[in-house]
Ligand binder design. Sequence first.
Ligand SMILES: Cc1cc2nc3c(=O)[nH]c(=O)nc-3n(C[C@H](O)[C@H](O)[C@H](O)COP(=O)(O)OP(=O)(O)OC[C@H]3O[C@@H](n4cnc5c(N)ncnc54)[C@H](O)[C@@H]3O)c2cc1C
Length: 195
Amino acid sequence: MSDNPLTPLINTFTSISRSLQTHLSRFLIAPDCATNDLTVSSLTINPLQPFSSVSLGADTPVGALPIKEKEVKPLTKEELGRATWTLLHSIAAQYPDQPTRQQRRDAKELMAILSRMYPCKECQDHFKEILKANPVQAGSREEFSQWLCHVHNVVNRSLGKLIFPCQRVNARWGKLDCKDRSCDLDSTSEIDIKF
Ligand SMILES: Cc1cc2nc3c(=O)[nH]c(=O)nc-3n(C[C@H](O)[C@H](O)[C@H](O)COP(=O)(O)OP(=O)(O)OC[C@H]3O[C@@H](n4cnc5c(N)ncnc54)[C@H](O)[C@@H]3O)c2cc1C
């Protein structure tokens, strides 16, 4: 046993430091870094010093660099668009053949919300117009996928891009590759989640 009266205080700081190291390391990892690349063992956080003074060991991968020390490029409108279309076409590909009323409502609501919340004003305004002229059709997976392909082509056309042949939409955006079809949506339950 130590007679040092500061021992309990030092122990508390050591414990806080360990806890912060565990929790903050999750936020210091860049989202584009594969999980198996992570090495955070050399990340040392001193709770008595400002956040910017986190010290890094030689084996710390770039993904674990604190945001300040890493060059962070903002996402472009094109990258955001590609990511969003990927999500939307994947949703349509997984959409049930016989959706419930709730699932049909959700599909419409998702598009309406996108037209209000999409983080690009020009795209939002454009998409609102497109939705007005092309009301969401989500009576089945086929219908929803074709509708989405069509509205994506409306955007493509306005940007001078090539028109995608919608008969090939299922080949481009097939069902997700999930083990034992564990990603398939269940159309039998009519669960209404209230927020
Ligand atoms: C709702 C929404 C509105 C947008 N509005 C605008 C806007 O007003 N102005 C603007 O500059 N950008 C807008 N964008 C972004 C734009 O649509 C593109 O995402 C961006 O320009 C990048 O284009 P890209 O050529 O890489 O392919 P994307 O158009 O992003 O497509 C990604 C991939 O989807 C496939 N694909 C292409 N067309 C279809 C289709 N019809 N059906 C199925 N698959 C297809 C192709 O394989 C393509 O590589 C919008 C995006 C979204 C999601």
